[in-house]
Structures are given as C-alpha cells and as structure tokens.
Design a protein around this ligand. Structure first.
Ligand SMILES: Nc1ncnc2c1ncn2[C@@H]1O[C@H](COP(=O)(O)OP(=O)(O)OP(=O)(O)O)[C@@H](O)[C@H]1O
Ligand SMILES: O=C(O)C[C@@H](O)[C@H](O)C(=O)CO
Length: 331
C-alpha cells in the first residue's frame, strides 16, 4: 500500500521543535565520569530527522527557536549547509540557552543521555512565530512530542498542527518522549493524545505509546491502533528496538520491519534515522513495507556510527544494506 501526499508543494517536509547540541563521548565503552572529550554535533530529534531527510534528497524546512549564541549559530549554519531551509528558525532575544545532550556510551547496549535543558530556547517558540504561509508549502509537518512539554512551545505546536490540517499538509507525530521534560505522566498523556488524535501518521516506540496511554504496564499494539483509528490517523508505526517495528493501516493491514545486522556502537539516533528514511520512502512513492525496510536500514547504519545527525546515511548506503538482506530475527 502506498501513502498519498499533496504533491504540489515546495517542501517535502517541514519539521518543528528543537534543534540542539549533542556532545558525544569520544572515549566510549566507559562511564561518562571517565570520559574527558566529547564531539559536538547538531542534535534534537526533529532536527536530526530534518537532517536525515535532507541528506536523502528531500526538500526540508525547519521551524524552531535558537539561542542567540555560538551554539545557536553553529546549528543554523550546519542545518543550512546540509540543505535545510532555515528561514523560519527564529533567534531568541531573551537570553535562553541551547539545549545540550551529553551522551554516555558504556557499551553498545548501555547508552544514556545526560540532558541540560533548563530554560532552553527551543521551548520558547511562540505561536506568533509559526507562519501559515510557510506551513502550507509542505507535504508533511513533522511534530516532535517533546515540544508539547512546556508553554509557549506547546501552543506553537498546537497552532502548527491546526494550520497543517487546514492546508492539507499531512501531520506526522513523532512521539519523541523524554520523561524529564514533563511535569507528570498525566500531562504527557493529555497532550500526546490530543495531538495523536489529530495526526495522520503516529510514530513511536512501544514505551512511547504507553506514555501516550498513561500506562504503567506494556500495552498491546492492537489496542493502541484500535483507539487511534477511531480518530484521524490512518497509519501508525510502533517500534520495538532490535526486535523491529510494525506499521498498521486503518484499512486493516499490518506490516513488520526487521532490524538489520550491524556492529552497534551506540543505540541513540536509531529512532530519528528510522523516521527520516521511512518518510523519505513514503514520499518517494514506495509502499509501506518497503518504507519499513528503509527506516530499519537507516537506523542500523546510524547505530554503528558515532553521531545521530552527521551519520545520517545516503540512499545508496540504505539500499546497499537492504540488498544484503541480513536481518535480525528476535522476538
Ligand atoms: N541494535 C540494533 N541493531 C540494528 N538495528 C536497530 C538496533 N536497535 C534499533 N534498531 C533499529 O532502529 C529502529 C528504532 O529503534 P528503537 O525502537 O530503539 O527507536 P527509538 O527508541 O526511537 O530510538 P532512539 O534510541 O533513537 O530513541 C528499530 O525498529 C530497528 O529497526
Ligand atoms: O533528541 C535529543 O535531544 C538528543 C538527540 O539529538 C540524540 O542524538 C538522540 O538521542 C537521538 O535519538
């Protein structure tokens, strides 16, 4: 099954949310206490997805707020140089800082992120800085869940979603759940379900859908999709780490994507690379089953590399890995 977009648009994808800095441990396979050097990359889930999409040849734009400092300028320049339209990235004038993510790579399986996100610029995106004329130029609006965690960014997201729906722009909701961004799980579930119910496509891990449903035990994919298909979504993608992922359509089809074998360096970055390649494939007219392969292959490439954004693969790399067909069968 193919997924239809409004083809008559200047941008394939406009992502909205945070663009930040990742500082990835250079000496890995050890705790962060023993790491002395870190490499700087652009980070933040929606920025990573925009970068991945642009590297695959999609025309991408970004809506977000950057700090008026060296990090903010680095992010804007990097994103512009990979081909992203940064004209709707606004600069904060109130002294808010860029969010930082220090990554710890204790082993390929044991990775964590130490976030510095106190009063970060991205969460100060104001609804007045979301422009209808810009959103209506896109096939897809990619909304990141973390941007719903605080006002005024929350209202900016709700405005962006409403403008997308008004202008026949497909709303893709990447749940991107970062628990420390939220006051409590009840609040997360309220805003996640509000936006998920209005979206066309919802993408997340099983744990993220549990957050959306405010569950403390693991829910069933069938229950999740039965609930969401009573509302706007017609495609739901649920990821299960190395066990692969499932895509469910409103018309009742279920597709499974298997992960590809790789030499894992770290696990973060998987979700963002997955989303960019999955969306690239859908926009390129490939069927959903093939799009799952693109997402999985892209994720497998990124987990074998040091960064999330800079490591985003080319179409040739993804297709080369799919052709080798070395999938992981677990679960
Ligand atoms: N160890 C692995 N080896 C190969 N592929 C993997 C591995 N872990 C995850 N993937 C691929 O990445 C996809 C997304 O992974 P996951 O479900 O962990 O998403 P995520 O939690 O959003 O990622 P992130 O860690 O970036 O937040 C999986 O569906 C799978 O295809
Ligand atoms: O999303 C973040 O803020 C951190 C990311 O940039 C980091 O690379 C990651 O966790 C990707 O999944």
């Amino acid at each position: 099954m193919n997924y239809k977009f409004n083809d008559n648009r200047e941008f394939d994808i406009i992502a909205v949310g945070r663009a930040c800095i990742d500082l990835n441990a250079v000496e890995y396979n050890r705790p962060m206490e023993e790491t002395m050097t870190f490499s700087k990359y652009v980070g933040g889930s929606p920025a990573n997805i925009a970068i991945g999409s642009s590297k695959l040849g999609l025309k991408a734009g970004f809506i977000g707020k950057l700090a008026d400092d060296q990090h903010g300028r680095f992010i804007e320049q990097y994103m512009r140089e990979v081909g992203i339209d940064t004209t709707n990235m606004v600069v904060d004038k109130d002294g808010h800082k860029t969010g930082l993510a220090f990554t710890e790579i204790k082993s390929p399986e044991e990775c964590s992120i130490l976030m510095y996100r106190q009063d970060v610029a991205d969460l100060y995106l104001d609804p007045s800085e979301v422009d209808e004329e810009y959103i209506k130029k896109a096939k897809i609006l990619l909304v990141s869940g973390t941007a719903l965690s605080k006002s005024p960014s929350r209202e900016a997201m709700l405005k962006a979603v409403s403008l997308a729906k008004k202008n026949d722009v497909k709303v893709i909701f990447e749940l991107d759940y970062r628990p420390y961004s939220w006051n409590n799980t009840e609040e997360t579930a309220v805003y996640y379900s509000l936006v998920a119910e209005q979206s066309d496509v919802v993408i997340g891990t099983r744990e993220e859908f549990d957050a959306l449903e405010n569950r403390t035990t693991e829910g069933k994919n069938e229950d999740t999709v039965n609930y969401l298909f009573q509302h706007s979504p017609d495609l739901v993608v649920i990821k299960h780490g190395v066990e692969g992922s499932y895509a469910y359509t409103k018309s009742g089809e279920v597709f499974r994507g298997l992960a590809y074998k790789t030499k894992v360096l770290k696990t973060f970055g998987a979700g963002d690379s997955y989303a960019s390649a999955f969306l690239f494939a859908l926009i390129s007219g490939k069927d959903i089953e093939t799009a799952l392969k693109y997402g999985s292959a892209s994720a497998s490439i990124v987990v074998s590399k040091h960064s999330s954004s800079d490591a985003m693969p080319s179409v040739e790399e993804i297709e080369g890995l799919i052709a080798k067909n070395e999938t992981i069968s677990v679960g």
